[in-house]
Design a protein. Structure first.
Ligand code: SAM
Length: 421
């Protein structure tokens, strides 16, 4: 691939996703179903060749609910030391008109696996720091962000990390995925996860809508991809597509991360005092996040709630299955969250019966849609159409960084209205 300064167009795009989602994306995006040909494939990171040459700062980026991050590929660089690789990046790209530089590493495991959460790694922090200081030496003050949600201790010194590929066998899920351009085995990077950090609000979004973002994507410690993205959606502004959120020391369940990310993705803020109902609320991670926002939460679940939630003055437990609750009881709520571990159809049937009941006035639905298998992701468009038919103007799907084999469906309508049927 030639340098972008020599050739300001390119034919390669990348898509990053959760481990396991690659096959669905390949099928959806590659010929004959889609417009691309697969160029490179690693766990959680794919590149595609397009027949059309596009500008570096193209708005035509890959869109799919399972795509966590996307952009145009500029080149792949390899080396044994990070220093020369950093110099190479500056030599080729410092003159390019990017505004922010993102550094992030493709996932090393599935979210929740053995404590792994997607987001910043020590290696990404180290490389970001090296790039930042190299830029500062040349009086270049552009921002460098190492990405995503930190479950690691950022105080840990990381500058001395080597970029040698690790040769230990991975403890993570079985390695998969051939590389069309490189048949090398995937070398896992040993990343330790320590205490979650304390803040629970997003850090600065950093850049204005439409920003030009240069990306350094760590595929392997010794193999980085340089990409460019013309940021358009909220997640384009997050390195690797995972927002900068800090969490309390103790979260009751991973659902805390999921709901925090869902609201960040949607750019939605809840008013203190807002009445929220959650179906599938036990043990209470999502309720914890909602209560932390000052909302009044009703959790529906036949299972026991964590005692910190049960004893919260703003929490009510309806210890039932959702279908046992009278539809009229939902009258006072405008926000419905559902995280029940049931099939997508069961979720949609349940929520439809509630939302379409004549006394219901829901304005916001945040549904975790569990995928019985990855192939089920093909039904996402049907799910969206069905929710739209309930009168929601904006209905979107995204596999959040913290989702496992599931995705988040966000539906909004401006004014709650009485349904005609
Ligand atoms: C993934 S857990 C929910 C985690 C929870 N949202 C949290 O924040 O910790 C799924 C829950 O769905 C509940 N569930 C399954 N079917 C349900 C139904 N029909 N009505 C209510 N809860 C249900 C289960 O009892 C289980 O506690």
């Amino acid at each position: 691939m030639s340098s972008p300064t020599a050739n300001p167009t390119n034919r390669f795009l990348y898509a990053a996703c959760q481990h396991g989602a690659e096959q669905v994306l390949k099928q959806a995006l590659c010929e004959p179903a889609g417009p691309f040909r697969l160029a490179y494939s690693a766990k959680g990171f794919l590149t595609f060749k397009s027949n059309m040459s596009t500008p570096i700062w193209s708005r035509a980026l890959i869109e799919h609910p399972l795509v966590r991050s996307r952009g145009t590929v500029l080149e792949r660089i390899e080396g044994t030391e990070s220093g020369p690789m950093v110099e190479q990046i500056l030599a080729s790209y410092q003159s390019l008109d990017w505004e922010v530089l993102h550094v992030w590493q493709r996932d090393t495991a599935q979210p929740g696996w053995n404590g792994f959460e997607p987001g910043v790694s020590l290696l990404a922090l180290s490389i970001a720091e090296q790039l930042r200081s190299a830029l500062r030496k040349q009086n270049d003050g552009r921002e460098v962000h190492a990405g995503g949600l930190s479950r690691e201790n950022p105080k840990t010194p990381a500058n001395s990390l080597s970029v040698e590929p690790s040769d230990h066998a991975s403890e993570n899920e079985p390695a998969e995925e051939s590389a069309d351009e490189s048949a090398e085995e995937s070398a896992e990077i040993n990343v330790k996860h320590s205490e979650p950090l304390k803040r629970s609000e997003p850090m600065s979004e950093g850049v204005a809508p439409g920003a030009k973002i240069l990306e350094v994507i760590i595929d392997e410690p010794n193999r980085w991809w340089i990409a460019a993205k013309y940021a358009q959606k909220s997640y384009d502004f997050w390195p690797g597509g995972v927002p900068d959120l800090f969490f309390p020391d103790e979260v009751i369940s991973r659902a805390y991360y999921k709901i925090a990310e869902a609201f960040s993705w949607g750019g939605i803020q809840l008013r203190p005092g807002e009445k929220v109902v959650e179906i599938g609320a036990s043990p209470g991670g999502a309720c914890q996040w909602l209560l932390d926002r000052g909302t009044k939460v009703t959790g529906i679940d036949p299972a026991e709630m964590d005692e910190r939630i049960v004893n919260h003055p703003n929490f009510t437990h309806w210890r039932n299955r959702s279908r046992e609750v009278k539809r009229r009881a939902f009258q006072g709520f405008r926000v419905l969250v559902c995280d029940a571990n049931v099939t997508p159809n069961y979720t949609l049937d349940t929520v439809e019966a509630i939302v379409m009941y004549p006394t219901s006035r829901f304005r916001l639905l945040v549904l975790t849609m569990k995928l019985p298998d990855w192939e089920h992701a093909q039904k996402i468009p049907e799910h969206l159409e069905r929710v739209k038919s309930w009168g929601f103007e904006s209905v979107e799907a995204r596999q959040l960084g913290h989702n496992r084999r599931e995705y988040c469906l966000l539906a909004r309508r401006r004014v709650s209205q009485r349904h005609s049927s």
